[in-house]
Each structure stands twice: as structure tokens, then as C-alpha cells.
Design a protein around this ligand. Sequence first.
Ligand code: AMP
Length: 280
Amino acid sequence: MKIVTSLSDMHSLAASIRREGKTIGIVPTMGFLHEGHLSLVRRAREECDIVVVSIFVNPTQFGPNEDFGHYPRDTEGDRKKCESAGVNIIFMPTAEEMYPEKPTVFIMVEGLSDILEGAIRPGHFRGVATVVAKLFNIVNPHKAFFGQKDFQQCVVIKRMVKGLNMDVEVVVLPIVREKGGLAMSSRNSYLSADDRRAATVIYRALSAARDLFISGTKEPEKLKKKMRAVLFMEPGVGIDYVVVSDPETLEPLDTASSNIVLLVAARVGKTRLIDNLIIP
Ligand code: AMP
């Protein structure tokens, strides 16, 4: 396994891999890797000759009062996990090389970037789309692997790839959960034992709405009411939003539809958590 930090080294390495006729899969991450990330790595391992995991805590996707400064990091742990998962290259650029000057060039995916997470985190998806485009340009992957955990991010990236005719196949993989149903996330490390238990209510709320839907209640208003009622049972959990949306456009639905995604963002103590469930 190679660890590459320089952009030009990564760029020429990718070019030589392509010259050999090999396929490249990228798994973009911010590190502090867990089973969710590793599920993406394993799929990339199956589908591509060379697996690149990028580890970069991207400053431009954090708001001024967010957790950029104390986002969890564990370079040595990440290295070991990547090595045993069969990663070929860890690409760990520095912020100085990624952004040598104050960035002035951005990618904006209009319509999708200012709703839901984007409404609460202004500029977040502009930062995400821009850094993913930069990683695609540097690593030149055939396929890129993302988790459904960040559902809106997946929709934004797919729209960017289509809109800019990027020659990358975006693969979205299911959410990996802890035993109690909590979606794995690097930010779960902020949770106390009590918070962690309280946070399992999010998956219970999503599951309750899914069960209601399956038993015939299709009206989005009733599904949202159910999710809110379950979330209210945990007094320490604050709701940022609860929506029933179209999985392709993320538009909130107010009439019943057969293909929906339930999305929840909630605060447990000081930690913001997001989760979702697709009902096909
Ligand atoms: P992050 O390091 O949080 O930026 O996540 C990197 C990638 O891993 C993103 O595509 C995430 O959606 C994905 N990911 C994070 N948590 C999970 C999870 N619990 N299950 C599946 N994928 C995940």
C-alpha cells in the first residue's frame, strides 16, 4: 500500500495505472474510518483493479461554527484498516496543497445545495462538490463509491457528474449500522454513552414510518407525524428536519408516491446526526 500526499505524485501515479489498462476506484473520506467506510472499500476492491482511499478533512465544506477544528482524526488507525482491507493507495493531501490560495473556483449544484442539509449548513455542498471534483481530477477514477448515509450528498454528486459530463461512475452503497440501528458515523465519537442510546431513536423513527407505509399509510404528512412522535419520546433529541422526499430530486412530497426517501436530521446533545431510509 502506498501513501501519497503530493497532488502531482497522485496525478502521475493515476496516469501510469491507466496506461497499464487498469481500473481505478476511489473512496473519498474524511478519515477516522469505520465499517461504513470499509464497506465502500470492499465493494471498490471487488469492482476495480486499484483502490484509492482519499483522506482529507475538507475545510471548505465546514461552516465557521462547525467542528472542523476538532473533527476526529486517527491516521495510524486508518492506515492499518486500509492495509487490511486491501487498499492500494491512501491519498492524503494537505490543505495547503489542495487550496494554496483562498479558493475562488467552486462548483454549485443549484436547487439541491440550499435545501435540507444545505439550508442548515450554507456553503456545505458547494465545498463538497468542489472537493469531489478536485479529487476526481487528481485521481482520475473510473468509479467512485459513496454511502447512502449522506443521501443528499449522493444526489448532489450524481447531478454534478451528469451535469458536467464527468467520465466517472458513481456507486452508492447501503448504510452500515451499529447493533441498535444507529448509522455509523465518525461523529458518533462525540456521543456519550447516554447520547448513543438516545440516538438509536432516529432509526426507530425511520423504521416506524416505513412500517406504517408498508401497512398502507402512504400520506407523507402521516409518515412525518409518526417520525416526530417517535423522536419526541427521547427528550434529549432535537429535530432539525423530518421529511418525505422524492429520492431523485429530493423534493418534499405532499401526496402519496410509491418511491420515497425518509430523511431525518436531529441533534443529540451538541452532535448533529443525519439518517435516512429509502422505501422502493
Ligand atoms: P465521511 O468520512 O463521513 O465523509 O464519509 C465518507 C464516505 O463514507 C461517504 O460516502 C459516506 O456517505 C460514507 N459513509 C459514512 N458513514 C457510512 C455508513 N454508516 N454506511 C455507509 N457509508 C457510510
